[in-house]
Design a protein around this ligand. Structure first.
Ligand SMILES: [Fe+2]
Length: 362
């Protein structure tokens, strides 16, 4: 029996996979996301799994990998294709590499095309394939940067993935529409780019006219991923004990709005919008203290509390900066609410004051 978990990062729409051997508890993690490290590490601990390999299907352009962090936490070797000039790689995988974890194993199939070093990982019994950004559900990864090649990808999909059993489940590196799994047979028939009677020139025509924008994080993610996600300063982000705080690659400590809503009495909520916004349409969190961001540097040392400080604004950007100002002023236990009050409203969380308390309430 193999333990299997599919995890999702909503920011980059990345799927992370955990596979574990039921008997030995040895596991692998595929395409971990840096910002989700605390989540993934917590789940691995709860499932009593020991990571044997932290594998990346390729050098990602849209998020930073959590592989190096996994190695710091679990001493798990990092695995990446040997076709990249990357640092911090412990196992330089190539076509035919077998990664054993307990009674389970994954065999590497080289599937370049999205990048020159893309790998597909196939379980021993060929019932599951982790295709990264090569074959995706009713799609395929773009081929217009990072040494991509539409013709190389055509051969990778046809010769390395479509040769698996039709019943083999396809687990991609991303999905932007919430689809979680497909099969080889399904994609052979219904993939609009390469399925059915598609010929190489049809696939190339489709792929060469996608007209996709430049990835927003390319210039940050690729250099970081060529270090397996090791931060430039080489330091492990500090873990926090007062709440489920995660640290973004930009160094912003974050805590989810729904946790804050459930722990309002335990935290000091600092709203850094303007006074007009504080009493405006969005309202404010009950009991929160207003210090506009522009005044925070001046007043940060006057904030005296024994509670952790949670910062909030409209969308989570000004309050992200507020965490840095507070930290510089010596406040250690600080976290931002990502998405701010907009996120709070989207989740329909309780605790919002929408009518200014000093106005007559009829
Ligand atoms: Fe990718």
């Amino acid at each position: 029996m193999m333990i299997f978990r599919q995890l999702f990062d909503p920011i980059s729409s990345t799927y992370t996979y955990i596979l574990g051997c039921e008997a030995s508890r040895a596991a692998v993690i595929i395409d971990a996301v840096f910002e989700q490290h605390n989540r993934d590490a917590a789940l691995l601990r709860e499932l009593d799994l020991h990571v044997k390999y932290a594998i990346d299907t390729h050098v990602h352009a849209d998020h930073v990998t959590g592989a190096w962090l996994m190695k710091q936490t679990f001493q798990s070797p990092t695995v990446l294709s040997g076709d990249y000039a990357a640092e911090e790689v412990d196992v330089a995988a190539k076509d035919g590499t077998v990664l054993v974890f307990g009674d389970c194993a994954l065999t590497v199939r080289a599937t370049p095309g999205h990048t020159n070093g893309c790998l597909t990982l196939v379980t021993q019994d060929q019932t599951m394939a982790f295709t990264g950004d090569c074959l995706m559900i009713r799609g395929a990864g773009r081929t217009d940067f990072q040494s991509g090649s539409v013709h190389t990808m055509w051969h990778s999909i046809r010769e390395q993935i479509f040769t698996l059993p039709d019943s083999c489940l396809i687990y991609p590196g991303h999905d932007y529409l919430g689809r979680t799994v497909s099969t080889v047979g399904e994609e052979k028939h219904f993939n609009p780019r390469i399925g059915g009677d598609a010929k190489e020139e049809d696939f190339a025509g489709y792929m060469n006219n996608l007209g996709l924008p430049h990835p927003r994080l390319l210039d940050i993610a690729v250099p970081a991923n060529l270090r397996c996600g090791k931060p430039e300063n080489g330091e492990i982000p500090q873990s926090v004990t007062w709440g489920p705080v995660t640290l973004t690659f930009a160094g912003i400590p974050e805590i989810e709005a729904d946790w804050v809503a459930r722990h309002l009495k335990d935290v000091y909520v600092l709203d850094v919008r303007s006074a007009a916004e504080f009493d405006g349409d969005l309202g404010h969190i009950d009991g929160s203290v207003l210090v506009p961001l522009d005044e925070l540097r001046e007043h940060s040392r006057k904030i005296i509390t024994s509670k952790p400080i949670v910062t909030v604004c409209q969308s989570g950007k000004r309050s992200a900066m507020a965490t840095q100002i507070l930290k510089a002023a010596g406040h250690e236990r600080v976290a931002n609410i990502p998405g701010g009050l907009i996120r709070w409203l989207q989740l329909a969380l309780p605790g919002l004051v929408s009518v200014p308390p000093d106005l007559p309430n009829e």
